[in-house]
Design a protein around this ligand. Structure first.
Ligand code: MIG
Length: 691
């Protein structure tokens, strides 16, 4: 059951795809309190209540015990003290003795989620502006609650099948030669790969929709060479447009009045990578249309994928911010200042980036109304994604587009994917990556993943190896690193053979991963779920934060500690452990429900398959298009019979129909060995354990 309640004057956010009638009367369970402009929703919590949701955010899967703030933030340091990351996914679900219920707060401004922080037994959710539609959700189960929510927010974005390929990325591939070198090193060593991303280095002076002709003399030819080698490039697009008379994007935007303005009507100028920049008013449909069409230039050159960055929007500084800081410095210069003056002086400079002062300096045109940025801040990235998606779709309406963004709001899950932003090469960020998968799936973001190996700081080969072992399962699988950090391509390391072997597991599992991804997207389910969702009756499952259910058949439990040679795992039922070294080299170990220590050498990764289930594995390939989705080996452990519903399609159709893509694989045990059949498939059941 979902009920909508409106407060103040809600701003249309595009989050809800199926409009709900507005209810009058009191919201169940929550006390509603006005406090100035703000409006709060307060609920008492039992000691054992758990809270799920909040999509991309720090800390655990259970969100209880921290105060989060929905405020899309360009913050590269994902430490547990943080309240905000790049996304605002305002869904919380409570689960405990009194059942399953929750809220989705549809408000593009700041919303705080005090979840047992101020008082351990209370959750208080506050819309700071008090203008919001709040959706009260109640269901029998967490899975049911997510399903209902996902239904009203609409179908998740579908990437093309090749979007599930491995992406090698780095901030710092500056020339065509760099990219060719990376491509060559993968192909020569048979390290599977589908994409290379192009970071801001490719642009001419960081101008959107340009490329530096000195570094990329013939972009078209490069792309077509790559294409012949089954590789695609993924250029980045930044939200800020360089203030640059003569540049068509800038000139057109100025002429048409497409950039956000200050109260006095002058264009707001903020500095980002290109230096002084202006910001398209993505809240406007005509601006989205225009900006989206700008993607066509590179699409015409053969580009088929993009990533949208800096769209919180990130603003390093504005002239006003700089002036304020200089004024502070002038005021204090020559005086014998005290420590508090010193702190003020320091803050005037260090607090200049992404400042509230800047976010209240400019306005958007929202359906003809001038709305100050901070009131709609959390929508900016989502609307940029919408622009990009529109542009890509209009260029090629017959095929799915590949697009992922840094900032997001629910609603953007229909337009593109999301990567988890600038993490660090830290072991704890493997775990964070995994936990975010659970929350993001609840909010509809299925095409997601984190920078494998870590973005900031120097990786180590064991870290990358373990991280890849999680990345094998994330739909968006990208190794990415920051400028100036240690080289992070697989082939740079002495353990490259082991890493390559792990990648072969990804490509071998593609028929299964694609099938599960598509089934989840088309039915509004989560591909990754906390164990508490699937086994609500098993108390041991309720608080597990380092294992996830994957699809209908599997459980993952990656190793995330340095120097570990295994880990503890709880099996909620009998499961088959597949210990992979590569797609060819793995062993099958039937295990009983309960707690276990699993040995896992650095080159080994686990996958658990529920007893009674089988999953398909292909022979793999070095790119997605090279994988035969019809020649399959089954893995599993069955008593007598099992079946798997395999979804497949051409990989690009924009309107896939679940029933049309499903084929049943039937597996039967006879005389102690398994046999399998499925229409149009070559199936080998020799690896299915019977008994
Ligand atoms: O301020 O384009 O999250 O993936 O490599 C940094 C350079 C800007 C942030 C992105 C990151 C990207 C980087 N960008």
């Amino acid at each position: 059951m979902i009920r909508r309640y409106d407060y103040g004057s809600p701003i249309f956010t595009h989050a809800i795809a199926i409009p709900q009638p507005v209810c009058t009367g009191d919201m169940p369970r929550f006390t509603v309190e006005k406090n100035g402009d703000a409006i709060s929703f307060r609920v008492h919590m039992d000691e054992d209540d758990q809270i799920f949701g909040l999509g991309e955010s720090v800390r655990g899967i259970n969100k209880r015990g921290h105060r989060y703030r929905a405020w899309c933030s360009d913050d590269f340091s994902h430490t547990e003290d943080k309240a905000s990351l790049y996304a605002s996914h305002n869904l919380v679900l409570f689960s405990g003795k009194s059942g399953v219920f929750g809220l989705y707060v549809d408000d593009p401004g700041a919303v705080t989620f005090d979840l047992g922080y101020t008082r351990g037994d209370e959750a208080v959710i506050t819309s700071e502006n008090g203008n919001c539609s709040v959706y009260y959700i109640e269901a029998d189960t967490l899975i049911g609650a997510v399903k209902e929510f996902r239904h009203i927010i609409g179908r998740s974005y579908l990437p093309p099948k090749w979007g599930l390929g491995y992406i090698q990325s780095r901030w710092g591939y500056t020339t065509e030669e760099d990219l060719r070198e990376v491509a060559k090193n993968h192909r020569e060593r048979h390290i599977p790969i589908d994409m290379l991303s192009m970071d801001i280095d490719y642009m001419e002076d960081f101008k959107d929709f340009t490329w530096d002709a000195k570094k990329f003399p013939d972009l078209k030819a490069m792309i077509s060479d790559f294409k012949a080698d089954n590789l695609r490039v993924v250029p980045i697009i930044d939200a800020g447009v360089k203030l640059c008379p003569g540049d068509p994007t800038y000139d057109e935007g100025v002429e048409k009045g497409y950039f956000v303005k200050k109260e006095d009507g002058s264009t707001f100028i903020g500095a980002v990578w290109p230096g002084k920049a202006v910001f398209p008013d993505f809240m406007r449909n005509d601006v989205r249309q225009w900006f989206g069409d700008k993607y066509h230039g590179m699409l015409e050159a053969g580009v088929e994928a993009f990533w949208n960055d800096m769209n919180e929007p990130a603003i390093f500084y504005s002239e006003e911010g700089l002036d304020d800081a200089y004024a502070k410095a002038d005021e204090l210069r020559g005086k014998n200042i005290g420590v508090y003056d010193y702190f003020d002086l320091k803050d005037a400079f260090t607090g200049m980036s992404n400042s509230m002062a800047d976010y209240t300096r400019f306005y958007h045109d929202v359906d003809g109304q001038q709305v100050r940025h901070d009131k709609v801040h959390n929508l900016y990235g989502a609307m940029m994604t919408k622009a990009g998606a529109q542009g890509m779709k209009s260029f090629n309406p017959d095929k799915r587009h590949l697009l992922f963004s840094r900032a997001s709001f629910i609603g953007a899950h229909r337009d593109g994917g999301v990567w988890q932003g600038d993490n660090f090469s830290w072991w704890s960020h493997i775990l964070l990556n995994m936990r975010e998968l659970a929350g993001m799936n609840m909010c509809g973001f299925l095409y997601t993943g984190a920078d494998l190996g870590g973005f900031g700081q120097n990786t180590t080969e064991d870290l990358l190896q373990r991280w890849l072992q999680l990345g094998v399962f994330t739909p968006l699988m990208r190794n990415h690193a920051a400028l100036g950090t240690r080289d992070q391509e697989i082939y740079r390391f002495s353990m490259q053979e082991d890493m390559k072997n792990i990648l072969t597991v990804r490509y071998a599992l593609l028929p299964y991963l694609y099938s599960e991804f598509m089934k989840c997207a088309l039915t509004g389910s989560s591909m990754f779920r906390p164990l508490a969702f699937d086994y609500p009756q098993d108390p041991a499952c309720l608080r597990i934060e380092d294992q996830l259910m994957l699809g209908g058949e599997c459980m993952i439990a990656p190793v995330y500690e340095q120097n570990a040679r295994g880990r503890n795992v709880y099996l909620p039922e009998d499961m088959l452990l597949v210990r992979f070294r590569s797609a060819e080299d793995y062993c099958l170990i039937p295990m009983e429900k309960g707690r276990h220590w699993i040995d896992l050498e650095l080159n080994e990764m686990p996958l658990f398959i529920r007893k009674g289930c089988v999953i398909p594995m292909s022979r793999g390939g070095e790119w997605v298009g090279g994988v035969d989705f019809t020649d399959l080996t089954l893995l599993g452990w069955i008593d007598c019979a099992s079946c798997y519903k395999l979804y497949n399609d051409d990989g690009f159709t924009t309107s896939p129909v679940l029933e049309e893509g499903l084929r049943t694989i039937r597996c039967k045990a006879e005389g102690g060995r398994a046999d399998a059949a499925g229409e149009g498939l070559r199936l080998d059941a020799a690896k299915v354990i019977v008994g």
